[in-house]
Design a protein around this ligand. Structure first.
Ligand code: 5GP
Ligand code: ZN
Length: 105
């Protein structure tokens, strides 16, 4: 827990769409798709660059949680994105996964 980190704070106190063992999902405050969720791990790393700090089990459970959240939101077709670094659009430096979907076919 990093008190200065927005997503550490939202992990603890945010309005969660779903919560798992070490992961939560929230709705993006500025949605870029009809459904736009963020999956946030409890374990703070600044970005995907530091993913070696996660265990194989954490990584597996994180990906499974992403798929579970999408299914729970009834998204059959969706996009999962991670921005790495400001040049790629990263603005919050706590690893998070965007789930975007809900477009009409
Ligand atoms: P990034 O640009 O770092 O990949 O993604 C950060 C995302 O967090 C952005 O899509 C932004 O809209 C979202 N965001 C920023 N502040 C908040 C907040 O306070 N609450 C929620 N729910 N989303 C936020
Ligand atoms: Zn954090």
């Amino acid at each position: 827990m990093n008190d200065d980190c927005l997503f550490c704070t939202l992990y603890r106190d945010g309005d969660h769409v779903a919560a798992g063992d070490g992961f939560v999902a929230i709705r993006d405050i500025n949605p870029q798709a009809p459904v736009h969720l963020l999956v946030i791990p409890e374990h703070h790393i600044d970005s995907l660059r530091e993913i070696a700090e996660f265990s194989a089990d954490e990584n597996k459970r994180m990906l499974e949680f992403i798929a579970e959240v999408a299914a729970r939101e009834k998204l059959t077709d969706y996009r999962v994105e991670v921005n790495v670094g400001p040049g790629a659009g990263q603005t919050v430096f706590h690893l998070h996964w965007h789930i975007k979907g809900g477009w009409k076919p």
